[in-house]
Design a protein around this ligand. Structure first.
Ligand SMILES: C[S@@+](CC[C@H](N)C(=O)[O-])C[C@H]1O[C@@H](n2cnc3c(N)ncnc32)[C@H](O)[C@@H]1O
Length: 320
């Protein structure tokens, strides 16, 4: 079993992260999680006979019939942690059709991504670990998925309870905690994060120092179309999201990386965001992408802003 606490050498950083982990453990006891906590505690001590991370759907365990007691128990436990935003997963035959077809994003970057074999990898804001599981197909040495949301801890730990992958860890930490990861990672993923926080430059600076010399950052963001290096700063909501601070064009995203010292910047994919990739499902019964767009003008959000596109950019830290 690999652990971030073995990789970090600075005793103060270790102490701070240990204390924070303890502090946040109480989040798991919050009232909305009472059912999921009780259901999780009743799960059988069973290692999945089969874990497949190389397809669109992460498959854990050989499928059981719908009337099998294990199927029913897992189905009830999965449903107690709705909504599932990232996926798809299949757990002993329970198909979790999450809001996002996260495999679409993975496919866009996979083609150009160098192998992660033997690497230490960090996914910042990795949600329930969908991408972290996908990375395992490359046989990395260690993958750390951080996301400071207890519902996602429960989703990840439900999957990991059966998958039992020793090279995979999840902590309820945010990008803020990456200050403690100095020169630890070969590849760092930061996808769907920078526009949700008001200091993207601070995030990029911190991620730079988490990388080993020559290490790779995979940065993914909502972008607006345009050749100029500009950012949209929404007055209030953007595509109904309250927490979007700004949306760059691709050239502005590249500038941010240049100005935070990254080199070898490569725009790997740019695409219009479509409802096929993010939609309402039984596992995410709330609103989704189609509800966030202007029904009369498909190139506008419901607020009248340019509709979201998405970009993936690779960038490296200088070699020593
Ligand atoms: C738009 S989702 C992106 C998820 C995933 N990385 C992807 O690309 O599909 C944003 C994620 O950021 C997480 N998040 C919230 N606060 C955060 C923080 N302070 N640091 C890192 N991630 C955070 C959310 O819980 C959520 O999983």
């Amino acid at each position: 079993m690999v652990s971030i606490f073995d990789l970090i050498h600075d005793p103060k950083s270790k102490q701070t992260l240990q204390a924070l982990t303890e502090e946040r453990r109480v989040w798991l006891d919050w009232k909305p999680f009472e059912d999921i906590k009780a259901l999780s505690a009743q799960l059988p001590d069973l290692a999945a006979d089969h874990v497949a991370c190389d397809g669109a759907k992460i498959v854990i365990g050989t499928p059981r019939d719908a009337d099998d007691p294990l199927y029913q128990q897992i189905d009830a436990t999965c449903k107690a942690i709705l909504p599932w935003k990232k996926g798809p997963f299949q757990l002993f035959g329970v198909d979790i059709d999450a809001e996002w077809r996260s495999d679409y994003k993975w496919d866009r970057l996979r083609e150009k991504l160098p192998s992660l074999r033997g690497q230490n990898v960090l996914d910042v804001g990795g949600n329930n670990g969908y991408y972290a599981f996908r990375m395992l197909a490359d046989e990395p040495a260690y993958v750390l998925n951080i996301d400071p949301v207890p519902r996602l801890w429960y989703q990840f730990n439900l999957l990991q309870h059966f998958a039992r992958r020793p090279e995979l860890e999840f902590f309820m930490w945010g990008w803020q905690e990456t200050i403690h990861f100095k020169h630890l990672f070969d590849t760092v993923f930061c996808m769907g994060i920078i526009y949700h926080h008001h200091d993207p430059i601070q995030i990029l600076k911190q991620l730079y120092q988490t990388l080993r010399p020559g290490g790779l950052l995979v940065l993914e963001s909502i972008v607006i179309p345009g050749e100029e290096d500009m950012c949209l700063f929404p007055a209030d909501r953007y595509a109904k999201m309250r927490n979007v601070w700004f949306v760059p064009t691709v050239p502005a995203m590249v500038n941010m990386l240049q100005r935070t010292k990254f080199i070898d910047i490569e725009v790997v994919a740019v695409n219009r965001h479509e409802s096929e990739e993010q939609r309402t499902t039984d596992w995410n019964p709330g609103q989704s992408h189609a509800d966030f767009m202007d029904p009369e003008q498909p190139d506008r959000t419901i607020e009248g802003y340019p509709a979201p596109h998405r970009a993936i950019v690779f960038a490296r830290k200088k070699s020593a």
